[in-house]
Design a protein around this ligand. Structure first.
Ligand SMILES: Cc1cc2nc3c(=O)[nH]c(=O)nc-3n(C[C@H](O)[C@H](O)[C@H](O)COP(=O)(O)OP(=O)(O)OC[C@H]3O[C@@H](n4cnc5c(N)ncnc54)[C@H](O)[C@@H]3O)c2cc1C
Length: 419
């Protein structure tokens, strides 16, 4: 924002609000993962910290995360596990607060955990233990639930937060109201609206870590397979993920698809290997040479779940066909169908089920160490609201903790007032 326009906001705000307005040192907007952790990192310093959220309870997404067990971090966290228009932007923030730092807090709180796969750490018990730990650690911070944030403006040498209750003036404001995913859990686009009004660029938000959907003609294969899962390798563009794939009534889901969805854009094709450990064409031809008295579907079922094998044989018009009767070329084509299935989803299940938002406040408008806005002094933007999106597997919470911590550290270093 230009100096002149910033001054104009100051003047407007001073006229609008009376001197009796509530003052805090720091107002944190959003009592989700990033906001709560920022409040924790500011606790015990004698600062007046107010945390505002429109939900009835704090940390609602933490509560439902990881199937109720919260995949709270990933030991393999590194900047290359995140999508952003500025790929290395998150590196220094992540280096300033590591997965081991959060694990130490979890251990100190007596919360039992286990490593599932690939460095993913989950609670043994309920995810609510993490919410409780965070709320307990907030110290004297005032948590105001059921209060919606409307806007932020500059005023009186600081910032003024406009809510549906009374406005609050603060030396610094931390915007941590998250992304758009799962409106039913309290998600709104308010961070983007406010940031855009204050002059920040926004990388168009889209649903990530989300099931993908097919057009009616492709559903003839997938719909009858709903519930079947298979270990697969799924490639969107140049990025491939090897993990579980699940057929659904509307298309595909499972971790490999959720991961790929964050790299997928409408119109893109997916390349899916349904048997990544096998060369299906070679296996079918070898089975034929070894006698080939069995059916094609039977040979496929040695590589794939039976229902999927039958569906693929059926689709090729080979439901009851004998292996021995098939020319090599047909078996090769069938092999490609298994190892290199090309499909163009028509869309995704959208914000209703997306675990994250890809895109958000453009990193070019934020300081990479403090997450302070380059447009509005004293405003920090953290968590999912920023254009930093983790892969599936605990990375998004690690970004929430690390970005909350970075903003808090910067505030403590600089003092709550805007210099
Ligand atoms: C089903 C599901 C499962 C997930 N599982 C995992 C997992 O296991 N591991 C992992 O790393 N990540 C997981 N994630 C992603 C993770 O939950 C988010 O990346 C993380 O919560 C983002 O933190 P945040 O604080 O930025 O936003 P949020 O946690 O979304 O918090 C934002 C807060 O702002 C509040 N808010 C929004 N608008 C307003 C407004 N206008 N006024 C006041 N308050 C407002 C919201 O109520 C919310 O409390 C999961 C997400 C979902 C949806």
């Amino acid at each position: 924002m230009q100096e002149g326009s910033r001054q104009k906001l100051v003047d407007c705000a001073c006229h609008r609000y009376r001197a009796g307005m509530e003052h805090a040192d720091i107002v944190i907007l959003g009592a989700g993962a990033a906001g709560l952790f920022c409040a924790d990192s500011l606790a015990g310093q004698g600062l007046r910290v107010v945390v505002i959220d429109h939900a009835r309870a704090p940390g609602e997404k933490i509560r439902i995360s990881g199937g109720g067990r919260c995949n709270f971090t990933n030991l393999a966290t590194s900047h290359d596990r995140f999508l952003s228009q500025v790929p290395r932007f998150c590196a220094s923030v992540l280096a300033g607060y590591r997965p081991q730092d959060f694990v130490a807090l979890v251990d100190r709180a007596g919360i039992a955990w286990h490593e599932k796969t690939q460095g993913q750490l989950f609670c043994d018990g309920k995810a609510t233990q993490i919410v409780r730990m965070l709320v307990d650690r907030m110290g004297d911070a005032s948590l105001r639930l059921g209060t919606a944030v409307r806007d932020i403006s500059a005023g009186g040498g600081g910032l003024i937060v406009d809510t549906d209750a009374s406005p609050i003036a603060a030396g610094r404001v931390v915007l941590a109201t998250g992304g758009r995913s799962i409106p039913k859990m309290g998600a709104t686009g308010v961070a983007y609206d406010i940031a855009a009004r204050l002059g920040h660029r926004i990388v168009t938000p889209r649903a990530g870590l989300v099931p993908l959907t097919f057009a009616e003609q492709a559903l003839h294969l997938t719909r009858p397979l709903a519930g079947v899962s298979v270990a697969a390798a799924v490639r969107a563009g140049r990025t491939a993920f090897r993990d579980g794939l699940l057929f659904t009534h509307r298309g595909l889901s499972g971790p490999a698809i959720l991961q790929a969805s964050s790299f997928w854009s409408p119109g893109d094709e997916l390349a899916i290997d349904l048997a990544p450990d096998d060369d299906a064409a070679a296996a079918l031809n070898a089975a034929k040479r070894q006698g080939g008295r069995g059916q094609v579907a039977g040979a496929l079922a040695r590589l794939l779940p039976e229902r999927l094998a039958s569906a693929i044989a059926d689709e090729a018009g080979l439901a009851a066909a004998r292996l021995a009767d098939q020319p090599d070329a047909r078996l090769n084509a069938l092999g490609r169908r298994v190892n290199d299935w090309r499909i163009r989803p028509v869309g995704s299940e959208g914000w209703r089920t997306a675990e994250v938002t890809v895109g958000g406040v453009d990193c070019r408008d934020l300081d990479a160490r403090t997450l302070e806005s380059r447009r509005v002094a004293g405003l920090h933007i953290i968590g999912e609201a920023v254009d930093v999106t983790g892969w599936l597997g605990g990375y998004n919470f690690q970004w929430a903790w690390a970005s909350g911590h970075a903003a808090a550290r910067a505030i403590l270093r600089a003092g709550p007032g805007v210099s």
